[in-house]
Design a protein around this ligand. Structure first.
Ligand code: IFM
Length: 445
């Protein structure tokens, strides 16, 4: 007995540049805000950095072979802005572009399609020195960078992704300070959020005119927010506000041409005439990332009247302490259906960190990760059966990689990476996903 996915359902995999590439000093790559953040004592667990990461910059052929062996049809990778334009603007680094050219050709040679993402958090440090996402000029800088990449690889791109999780860049990078650039300035965070949206809109216009045949989308992590069960009545409004902050700020300008009513007052000082029309340009799909349900509780500490709460104890958790709940995934997909008018959706990230033990035979039997995917893929099928227009799924991630502030301790890959030898070993979850993809179905237990 199996549970089938719709005909033509698209299977792929996602990765990101800073998390896997390494090759930091090579071929003229510039410095990113994550290089700076990692070099700042106390910011990243164990002092880990992305200098070498998985050395994908040199071992990309092996990784593309793994993608092919998995049966992936598409690959969402990200382009590192400072590899291509080391100072963010001005001089272009041809060797950096060559690398992404090789990736795209390598995919096509292996029968796969390219979905490059233009921004997965590695901003050139020189642009941060000029205010980064809090500086309105960045919308223009981003559009120029998008044009440089489009001119070089755009003839072979199937779908562009403008941004990966702009909400994390704004809220975690500028307000909470847990990610680069490490600021704790709520007003700058709101400004950054608006400029990330504006940059998206400008890039859509550039990409449409330079690559009219390619599709364009963006990737937003969709949160299903809940009050703690014992405070359902009291905190329901906080969950709604939380979803406005994390989902609505990035979805509503694109799909409704405005900011959520609850947040208009916070945004109005940064929004100029014409901005919302620029952001409200049609896109072809929405990428949805989702990992865990978000529990909220009141807070009087920060700029918002809520904060993350520890989820109820009955949930199983991943190694990053994220509650495992396929029901929340299903609900997140229905949020998109309702809030955005049921656009075409690709799940562009989903997965979990677990303790991966390398057995004496060298194998990693990651049954916890397989159980996680079973539960989440079942939630996905339920959303589809209720009319959500979900067209594809990309697990996070192909290989273990640099997990930002928690360094290399947490592993999300379908493929194990030995960070001493950089040897890749497919885990049991790789075999599981390969079978799911081949059958276009979730085998029942
Ligand atoms: O590793 C990250 C990725 O870069 C963005 N989305 C969440 C993943 C897991 O934390």
């Amino acid at each position: 007995m199996t549970m089938r996915f719709p005909e033509g359902f698209l299977w792929g995999v996602s990765t990101s540049s800073y998390q896997i590439e390494g090759g930091a000093p090579d071929d003229g790559r510039g410095r990113s805000i994550w290089d700076t953040f990692c070099a700042t004592p106390g910011k990243v667990a164990n002092g880990d950095t992305g200098q070498v990461a998985c050395d994908h910059y040199h071992r990309y052929r092996e990784d593309l072979d793994l993608l092919r062996d998995l049966g992936a049809k598409v690959y969402r990778f990200s382009v590192m802005w400072p590899r291509v334009i080391p100072d963010g603007g001005g001089m272009v680094n041809p060797k950096g572009l060559d690398f992404y050219d090789r990736i795209v050709d390598g995919l096509l040679e292996r029968g796969m399609r390219a979905w490059p993402c233009l921004y997965h958090w590695d901003l050139p440090q020189t642009l941060q020195d000029r205010g980064g996402w809090a500086n309105r000029d960045i919308a223009g800088w981003f559009a120029e960078y998008a044009a440089v990449v489009a001119r070089r690889i755009g003839d072979r791109v199937e779908n562009w992704v403008t941004f990966n999780e702009p909400s994390v860049s704004a809220w975690v990078g500028y307000e909470e300070g847990r990610h680069a650039p490490g600021l704790t300035d709520p007003r700058a965070a709101v400004r950054a959020a608006h400029h990330l949206n504006l940059a998206h809109g400008r890039a859509v216009s550039v990409l449409r005119s330079l690559t009219p045949k390619a599709g364009i989308g963006t990737v937003i992590p969709i949160h299903k927010a809940r009050p703690l069960p014992q405070f359902k009545e009291r905190d329901g409004h906080l969950a709604a506000l939380f979803e406005d902050k994390w989902n609505g700020v990035f979805l509503d300008p694109i799909y409704r041409g405005r900011y959520p009513a609850s947040l208009e007052a916070r945004f109005s000082e940064h929004v100029r005439d014409g901005d919302l029309a620029e952001i409200h340009r049609p896109i072809d799909f929405l990428g949805v990332n989702h990992y865990f349900p978000s529990y909220v509780q009141p807070s009087v500490k920060g700029a918002w009247p809520f904060e993350f709460a520890d989820p109820p104890l009955f949930f199983r958790r991943t190694e990053t302490n994220w509650a495992i709940d396929g029901q929340a995934f299903y609900e997140a997909l229905l949020i998109v259906k309702e809030r955005c008018g049921n656009p075409p959706v690709y799940v562009t990230e989903n997965g979990g960190a677990f303790i991966d033990v390398v057995g004496p035979d060298g194998r990693v039997d990651d049954q916890d990760r397989i159980a996680y995917y079973r539960e989440y893929l079942a939630g996905l099928q339920r959303a589809i059966s209720e009319g959500a227009d979900v067209r594809g799924f990309m697990p996070w991630s192909l290989i273990d990689n640099f997990e930002w502030a928690v360094g290399y301790e947490k592993r999300f890959g379908l493929v194990h990476v030995d960070y001493r030898t950089l040897r890749r070993t497919p885990k049991a979850s790789f075999d599981f996903m390969r079978k799911v993809i081949a059958a276009n179905a979730l085998p029942r237990v």
